[in-house]
Structures are given as structure tokens and as C-alpha cells.
Design a protein around this ligand. Sequence first.
Ligand code: MRU
Length: 352
Amino acid sequence: MTQTVSAPRPIEWIGGTDGFLRLIDQTQLPTELVYLDCRTVEQVWEAIKMLRVRGAPAIGVSAAYGVIVGLQSATSNLDAFSKRLAEVTGYLAESRPTAVNLFWALDRMKRVAEGLSGTPGERLERLLTEAKEIEREDREMCAAIGRHGAALLQSGMGVLTHCNAGGLATAGDGTALAVFFSAAADGKSLHVYADETRPLLQGARLTAWELMQRGVDVTLICDNMAGWVMKEGRIQAVVVGADRIASNGDAANKIGTYSVAQLAKAHGIPFYVAAPSSTFDLTLETGAGIPIEQRKSDEITHGFGRQTAPTGVQVYNPAFDVTPADLIAGIITERGVISPVTRENVVRMVEV
Ligand code: MRU
């Protein structure tokens, strides 16, 4: 039976223009629910870099609030304010490279700032309103993605997801997980299989936790079990999130997603990507242009504090991969489902 329990808010602005950003420190989940109060832009940068807040939309929303935190010390005059805005947005843009929502949110804050008049204090007030608007829109986009995606699923299906594209990764109910929550709210019973998601275990630590909190039936599997679980007939659809989608529909998501898409194709299972319009990068022709974040080797050799590989071993640790559009049955956006995934259909749906 599905419970209607709402998860704790992963991102929250506390107070007025002199306030701060409160985040759930996701590195502590699932064993501890710890909040982190970010009062400096350096703390916001570190929280994004270290995946205390993670998931493409959540990174964008946090960065928008990070701009406010960074500007609080620069309200004495307009020159200082403008200089600091450029510094802070440039600095936050260096935190992680792949999720385009980060750059989308920072560009939006800069664009709004450019059109402002009045004192620095008044401008800061307006920028805080914009950051809250980005958060509110993200929540609405999640709900709409959930509704559009739920229509693709039938009761009794087994569905597979990879990484965490849930409420923790957004300001709302998530993207891929919003589809499951929405289907459950429609009375459909699904069984979700969550890939563990090596090396940082977002599937085990975050997706399994979130689904259990919300009373959705979930089974955790190791990444290397996905093919066999499909072969056994347990999976009827795959739904994952995305960090950046090129104009032809190629979609970057957590490393391992490409393998899942290939496995889904081999087993004749539809593979869906769920993402808001803020995750599309129409400046890129194909996924070949998406920058892939490379992370430190100790995430693989010393995961969660224990050495599991020989000292000095060579390590390759790309954090994302790109699934080509032709493996994607549909991209579920807040405006509807893009299917078939062609450049024409992507541009038509996303361009306003
Ligand atoms: O490295 P992460 O944990 O930030 O990677 C997150 C993902 O790959 C998610 O699937 C993606 O950002 C979509 S979140 C709605």
C-alpha cells in the first residue's frame, strides 16, 4: 500500500536577503539525516563539488541561492555588487561541469541582474525572488513530468532506474522518481528495481531510501545484475534522469546509464529519460559535445573509507556517460513526451 508521506526538503532558503541556504547533506544518507547551513558561497561550492547536494536540477537551484549568499557581502555600492556578481557566478560555474542546469540557473540570475535598477539591496531582493522562482518552477516541472510519465506505465510493471533522479535531486518530487510517485498516486502498483550505482551508490543510499520513505515497492540490485534481471523478465520499462541533453536527444546521465540502455535494447524493453527543459542544451548538436566530469580515483579505490583496490592502481573514473538518442524510446519533459527522439521533435518541444 502506497503511503502519502512527503520526503524532507533537500533545499530550502531560510530567511530574507540576509538568510542562508539549508541543504540535506546527501553524503550522510541513508543512515543520518543531517542538514547543512550554507552561509558563504564557498560552502555552497563545496556542497555541490562533494555531492552533498547533487542531481542536475538541485545543483541549479542551489547555485541560484549560492549567488545570493555570495552577494550578501557586496551591497555597499553598485560597482562592488556588479564585480561580486561576476566573481560569484564564475566561481560557482567551476563546481561541476556536466549538469547544464547549473549554467542555466547562473545565466538566468546574471540575465535578471543585468536588467535591474535601484540600490544593491533592492537588486539583491529581486535576485532572491528569482532564485525562489527557479525553485518553484522546478517543483512544478517535476509534478508535470510525473503526470506525463505515469501515463506510459501500467499497473504490475517492473521498472528499473539508475542513480537518483528523485526528490533529493530536485526541488520537487524528482524526474524519474516523480513518474513512479505519480503512477502510485494513480493507483498503479509498480515494482521498482534500483541499481546500486557505483562508485558513489546514489541508487542504494538515496533512491532506495526515498522510495521506502514514500512507501513505493523497491528492490536494490548491484549494477552488474541489471542484464540478468531483465533476462528474467522482471523489467518492463526503464526510467532514468539526465544531466544534459543535446539537441538531437543524446542524453548524459550517471555513469552506467549507457550500459543499461544497451541492455534494455537487447531485451526489447523501452528506455525512457525524464528531464525538465532546463536540462536541455540546444547549443550542442550531439552528445559528443557534453563535458564529462572526471572524478578522483579514491572514490573507486577507497569507497566509503575502506581500501578495496591495490595501492597505486591506475583508475579511470568518469562520472557520466552519454546515451545516444536512438536507444531512447521517449524523453519525458514537463511539456510532454518527446517520441520518437529526433532533433526536430526535441527542438519543437523545448524551444519556446
Ligand atoms: O553525480 P550526481 O549524483 O549529481 O548524478 C546525478 C544523476 O546522474 C541524475 O540522474 C541526474 O542528475 C538527474 S537528477 C533529476
